[in-house]
Design a binder for this molecule. Structure first.
Ligand code: NZQ
Ligand code: ZN
Length: 394
């Protein structure tokens, strides 16, 4: 096991009615004037936004709201949020929504705490983030894991670049997780989000670290098996509280770094997917299932026993040689995506077949113009990225 430091300070309030504790907890974190951030309207239609606003008012807390966050959240709205925090002298950011809303809230917190620096500069590496503001989350969608993660992903609408930023300052101070709030998530978002949860552990399961790491492996395998099974239940029974609870909690654990302890993350599949979302505005989970099978097919020979172990531990594939089991595990994963109606190639993703120039531009952006390799299981350079995009390009 590799040495590690793990600090996930987010207070989790989990269960039915968790959001009722918002005013009391926010006060405990020093909130007096709050910016509420939300998305395209689901929390307005469900009544959740109004309910929380009333509760804040009753508790003597002041708030201003900004809605309209889109999936693949744009930095333009984040800048507008920063302006509101300064104008109304707000001291706490409350995200009510899924990963896009939470990541926008994180961006607003960073931008507002650092006047004079354009917030995108933190994402593109021109400025180093050293301070931020407190962020709280009322989660409405089990998916990105942003409610506990040290990551935030924004898209610059001027350039089409989708970029993640990892920093301990991205961890929210508190997250309210009520599985019932996810009942209204559209079926495709439920599935895409759950595939994202699966992928956050998969991207930590195949890495360059070969040292024995039994506990983390067992946690990762249990999480993946559970997500695979519970999603099948939630698809058939959208209001099954137990299945929704399992997915929600797995989402928070899958991306808080717990399933990489003693190892390290890879995340090259995410980076391949982010290029597709930045350019074509496709759903995050869709971009991942489009790329994972091709990535796995390209790299599995680097560590056949690891892929064979995955096949046994997650998919109960015990027959055949190591090579056969490794391949069968990849095939089982892709078959699961297909069973759920998830895309596994560019045409299924809805972007059609792309010409070589576009594949080259995707790979350019992926590899910072051919200057950087991505991931560590099989570090991907520009040429390799083109090859993997080509495999998905039908
Ligand atoms: O905008 P509204 O109207 O709220 O609708 C949203 C949106 O259309 C809807 N939705 C959410 N909760 C709902 C609901 N609809 C009905 N009922 C509810 N209870 O779902 C749609 C998608 O929302 P979004 O927030 O975009 O989804 P998700 O949570 O999957 O977040 C995806 C974003 O997070 C990033 C992704 O790249 C993508 O931009 N990620 C963030 C990470 C992080 N910060 O750690 C890690 C991930 O790997 C990921 O990259
Ligand atoms: Zn993800």
């Amino acid at each position: 096991m590799q040495s590690f430091t793990f600090k996930c300070p987010t207070e989790i309030v989990f269960g039915k009615g968790a959001e009722e504790q918002v005013p009391e907890k926010l006060k405990a974190y020093g909130a007096t004037k709050i910016l509420i951030v939300y998305g395209g309207g689901s929390v307005v239609r469900s009544g959740l936004l109004g309910h929380i606003e009333s509760a804040l008012t009753a508790a003597g807390l002041v708030f201003t709201s900004i809605g309209g966050v889109k999936p693949n959240p744009r930095v333009g709205l984040v800048r507008e949020g920063v302006r509101l925090v300064h104008e109304y002298e707000l001291d706490f950011i409350l995200a009510i929504g899924g990963g896009s809303v939470i990541d926008s809230a994180k961006g607003i917190a960073h931008g507002a705490a650092n006047p004079g620096i354009d917030v995108w500069d933190f994402w593109c590496g021109r400025a180093k983030l050293t301070k931020s503001m407190p962020v709280g989350v009322v989660l409405t969608l089990a998916a990105a894991g942003s409610e506990t993660s040290d990551s935030a992903v924004l898209t610059n609408e001027d350039t089409g670049k989708k970029q993640g930023l990892n920093t301990p300052l991205n961890r929210p101070v508190v997250a309210f997780l009520n599985p019932e709030l996810t009942y209204s998530v559209p079926q495709h978002q439920l599935i895409a989000g759950s595939c994202d949860i699966l992928m956050h552990t998969l991207e930590r399961y195949f890495t360059s670290v070969k040292a024995a790491n039994t506990f983390t492996d067992l946690v990762a395998e249990a999480l993946m098996r559970n997500v695979i099974a519970q999603l099948r239940v939630a698809v058939k029974e959208p209001t099954n509280y137990d299945a929704r609870s399992e997915l929600m909690w797995c989402g928070s654990v899958s991306h808080c770094n717990f399933t990489e302890l003693g190892r390290c993350k890879d995340f090259s599949c995410h980076r391949l997917g982010h290029e597709l979302s930045g350019r074509f505005d496709v759903t995050h989970g869709d971009s991942l299932t489009t790329m994972w099978g091709w990535w796995a097919e390209y790299v599995y020979q680097d560590d056949v026993p690891r892929f064979a172990h995955y096949a046994e531990a997650v998919w109960d594939i015990h027959e055949g040689s190591e090579e056969e089991k490794a391949k069968a595990g990849i095939a089982a994963t892709v078959a699961y995506f297909r069973e759920l109606g998830m895309p596994t190639c560019f045409t299924e993703l809805g972007i059609g077949v792309q010409d070589e120039r576009v594949l080259g531009r995707l790979a350019d952006s992926f590899s910072a113009g051919g200057t950087k390799k991505v991931g560590n299981f099989h570090p991907l350079d520009r040429a390799t990225a083109v090859k993997i995009y080509r495999m998905a390009n039908h």
